[in-house]
Ligand binder design. Structure first.
Ligand SMILES: Nc1nc2c(c(=O)[nH]1)N[C@H]1C(S)=C(S)[C@@H](COP(=O)(O)OP(=O)(O)OC[C@H]3O[C@@H](n4cnc5c(N)ncnc54)[C@H](O)[C@@H]3O)O[C@H]1N2
Ligand code: MOO
Length: 427
């Protein structure tokens, strides 16, 4: 099969301009160019947490397997209940959870039953014991109108029917999914193999923690944010350190990465100020394009596929500025890596009122860092975390969400609704 080239993909866009590319176009090109890795492995259920499910889970049994009681009380036949006067029923047995009784109550009879106990044949309702008007050793009395036929009965298969799809392929497995799979008695599940991702930083001004910081130098923070973001995404990571501004070192690093992983992420060296050899080497190693994206932060981005010794890997050349690297990762690399893993994990936008006015030029997407909270009217409000320069990593660290100001959007007035993406949820 012929590999799709970036040219094939970009030629579908009539107004493609690599020097002024809207975010949505860049996202679409990346999505169309990326191919899933496809390799599957079988793991024990607990090890499947946070992994991508590789095949639909079909329920081998019905859950629950029997009609059962939702309450501790008395199982009865609804037809026995009088609408106008008290009903007295004879108690003929006790049914415990996990111990089906085989008892079949006749008209005028009931059984004492525990929560989860299998409903005796013929019984269709359960009265909770605290709602019974009077209880003796052998009989109970129920006042009219206390319960309706069908109350407090759980049906066989009401959670899952045997043969039905329990969880769809592509889902990232969360705690509830582990429980659901366990409820089906399944011990092992097929998951996509972990994606292998290598990353390195470029720049002669960078120093690693532990090294002295000479004049004009900065500590390399991007390798730590990338480590965190890739680890959270469930990737197997290869941290290749800092690569000097040197053509041979860069080519060697890209080749080594390419031969060992599914995707390579670099930071720095992709803007106009960068030495031309970066672009030249990336381009020589495969099919790589360089964009200026209509967004802030994160304007420059290199994207494509590189090859070395018969191996190939997708390449994301992210900008060097510490906030830009994170924003480009979250809004381009993340979706691409998830697609490579075969995962379904859309980002959720919610609305919140902007606490202050925001300046915004139409014609580019801005990702401002915000703190979402509840205002005095009980509404969701978001305020920006101070200075939004793309070198100010504190703006990310203090934030609990990203405010997305879309391409066509202009200035925002205090109180206007804006779109927000939360960093963390409940699960
Ligand atoms: N004339 C222009 N200059 C710049 C443009 C432009 O369009 N025209 N774009 C600006 C934008 S936007 C960005 S983003 C940067 C991106 O440049 P590079 O990707 O080439 O990155 P560098 O120049 O190597 O670094 C930028 C900045 O970030 C610091 N940095 C880099 N790597 C790290 C790291 N691993 N840890 C911490 N800090 C890092 C680096 O020291 C620089 O200060 O270009 C603009 N310029
Ligand atoms: O893309 Mo640059 O993102 O503003 O620093």
């Amino acid at each position: 099969m012929k590999n799709t080239t970036l040219n094939d993909v970009t030629s579908c866009l009539s107004d493609y301009d690599p020097d002024a590319l809207p975010v949505r176009h860049a996202q679409r090109i990346i999505n169309d160019f990326i191919t899933p890795v496809g390799a599957i492995e079988q793991v024990a259920l607990r090890s499947a947490l946070d992994r991508v499910l590789a095949a639909d889970i079909i329920s081998p049994i019905s859950v629950p397997a029997h009609d059962n009681s939702a309450m501790d009380g008395y199982a009865l036949r609804g037809a026995d209940l009088s609408e106008s006067s008290a009903t007295t029923l004879k108690v003929i047995a006790t049914v415990y959870a996990g111990r089906p009784s085989g008892i079949v109550p006749q008209a005028g009879e009931c059984v004492r039953i525990m929560t989860g106990g299998v409903m005796p044949e013929g019984c269709d309702s359960v009265i909770p014991q605290e709602h019974v008007a009077s209880i003796s050793e052998t009989a109970i009395t129920i006042n009219p109108g206390t319960i309706r036929t069908g109350d407090n009965r759980r049906f066989a298969g009401e959670d899952l029917m045997a043969g039905s799809a329990a969880i769809a392929k592509g889902k990232i497995i969360r705690p509830a999914d582990l429980g659901l799979i366990a409820s089906l008695g399944i011990a092992e599940v097929p998951v996509m193999r972990r994606l292998r991702v290598a990353f390195f930083s470029t720049g002669d001004e960078l120093r690693s923690i532990g090294e002295p910081l000479e004049a004009g130098c900065v500590y390399d923070s991007n390798r730590y944010t990338l480590f965190g973001m890739l680890t959270r995404l469930g990737c197997d990571i290869v941290d290749m350190g800092i690569v000097r501004d040197d053509p041979e070192a860069l080519e060697q690093a890209l080749r080594t990465a390419c031969e060992n992983v599914d995707a390579v992420i670099t930071s720095g060296g992709v803007s106009v100020g960068a030495a031309d050899y970066t672009k030249q080497i990336m381009a020589e190693l495969g099919d790589v394009t360089f964009w200026k994206i209509g967004m802030r932060p994160g304007r420059p981005l290199a994207f494509g596929r590189i090859n070395s010794n018969g191996k190939s890997a997708f390449l994301f050349g992210l900008p060097g500025n510490p906030v830009a690297v994170m924003v480009s990762f979250y809004f381009f690399a993340r979706a691409a890596l998830l697609r490579m893993m075969g995962a379904q994990a859309p980002q959720l936008l919610v609305k919140a009122r902007s606490a202050g006015a925001l300046r915004k030029k139409p014609g580019r997407t801005e990702y401002q860092r915000g703190i979402l909270s509840t205002n005095e009217h009980g509404e969701q409000q978001v305020r920006i975390t101070g200075s939004q320069g793309s070198g100010i990593l504190r703006s990310m660290s203090e934030a609990n969400c990203m405010v997305v100001l879309h391409d066509e959007q202009g200035n925002v007035a205090a109180g206007d609704l804006v779109d927000v993406i939360l960093f963390e949820g409940l699960v």
